[in-house]
Design a protein. Sequence first.
Length: 662
Amino acid sequence: MKEKRNQFKKYLLLIVLTSSTAIADTELPALPFQKHNFVYAASNAFASLSRRAASYSAVIVQDGRDDGVFFNGPALTSSSTQTPNARGSQYLNTVVQVQEIDTTRRSNGSIYEYAKILDNGRTFWIDLRAVFRLDTVLSTQSLNVGTVYLNQDDRNDGVYFNGPALTSANTLKPDAQGSQYNGDSVRPLQIKTTKRNSNGQTYTYVQVQDGSRRYWIDVRAVFDQILSTSTATSLGYIDQSSRSDSFYEGDSPLTSLSSMTRAGSAVSFNQDPVTIQRTRVQKRGNGNTYTYVYVYDQNKRRSYWIDKRAVTPYASISPATVLNNVTAYINQSERNDGIYSRGPALTSADTMSADGKASSYDGDLVQVQRIVTTQRGSSQTPYQYAQVKDGTKTFWIDVRALFDTVTSTSNTQSNGYIDQYGRSDGVYNNGAPFTNASSFAPNTNAAAYNNDPVTIQKTSIQKRANGNTYVYVYVYDQTQKRSFWIDQRAISTQTLSYDGLSAAQQQWLASTAPYAAQVAGSNNLYASIMLAQAILESGWASSDLSQNPNNNFFGIKYSAAYPSIYASGKVLMSTWEEDRNGGLYQTSAYFNTYATVTNSFLDYVRFLKAGTRYQNMFRNPYNSYVQAANNLVADGYATDSKYAGKLIGIIQSYHLDVLDGR
């Protein structure tokens, strides 16, 4: 017994002298009576203590630890805290309330922190490192939103079955990874915002219904991935005519907590003019890409995000086609157009709605001043508008309101020729007149095509708003080798006769008649007389004088005193003449030669116009080709007394008089 007391004294002396070593950290040989869980220590060996108040929830963790639990205070701060009363493993994953943080300094200078814990009414202390402070739930919000998609393309979120991360003992670690549910269609149920005590930051978690599963995940996992955001200003208007969009305030849809729910329906904003300020392209968890625009609504005086498809840009306007001296009738028999005072429809905030109804002007004759083409929306659908003047009022109207009503069209196949005698028709290249925006004004005057043989290919019957019906034909001009539309009344269907003619003669007549008709028509002469003379003088283009390179079809002689500007030279030829008694004799004379057949016809006109000798040859309301033929002989053109009868016979045999109407 004495030996045991001496051994105890040695140990006691060692404790007192070794003040730099904490009792709890010194490994001593086992005492024989250590089984009583009691160690005596000098009062100056207890750890010093400081306290600070605390109040938060936490969970006891023991990962890689084996902490002691003390019922009477922090370890080694009193004689009753020299050994633990329990082990931390007994409280593993227990959610507790931290009431106080006690800082201790031991005799060796080491500092330890202990948490004062309240657990179901019982208090104990444990090393602060065994206490995991749970995140604080700052707010809870129920949601009433539609389906969203889990997006883990550029994320790696944890999935928690029992609540937001780090808010309970069951949410310290994720139960699964978000990548397992990437692209899933989920329905958000509620949102909890938490404050992380480790860094002071806030996090938001959303509870979602994913099929039969419910779980929590970082709310950003259901946000769209923002691919790009651009700043560019443009003008447009809200178009809800065939849509029912929502609008969002603060941020574009599904890119932040505030944009999880819509601010309202855009239907009430329909037709509102807006300024597009930003454009954002987003990729959703379903793989689809969406584009939203941030707009300022000029009517509502507020800004919001909306699907780009809900905004129609104002129609662009092409440069105007200015028209001069073009009139048309407003035709509302089958239409219901609006009129716009400040520009074509939907090209500005001032033209979003019509200023009146075109039906009030139905049948009015208006002056068409200009035509523009507008292009609407992303599809760039073209519309054409005309600015018209109706009396003192000027406005814009859909160009189709000025078109004729086409009652019928038909394909035909017949021949004729352009007849502009007593007429002045227009030629239209781009459609029958008043059937499209390019056919209000003629492209040229038909006088340039007078007497041209044509093939009629189509017929269009049209009713104008003035109540009149017009017929136009689409023809192929064999001389000009081109097609166009013209008034049917400008076409004569009378034709030449080729009876009894050889193939060569038929070809010559068909090709020469247009020359004769054109030259005669522009010089107020009878084409029938001109062509009949060419036939008679040249023997149907068989005489040496009419052959190339002479090309003299009228027997016009060379005159040194009055040389012809159309002649290219002269040639000596034998000719038969008739004396005063009707007898024939042969002689020689110089005749003009011409580079072209046309020049021969033009020189014929020059010859008749020279002086006053042949003035009776020109057309007037009181004569005819018969009279002109007789006048030609009476005025001394030919010495042949039967010359007039021969001309008249040729004209009547081949119906050359039809050329006089051309």
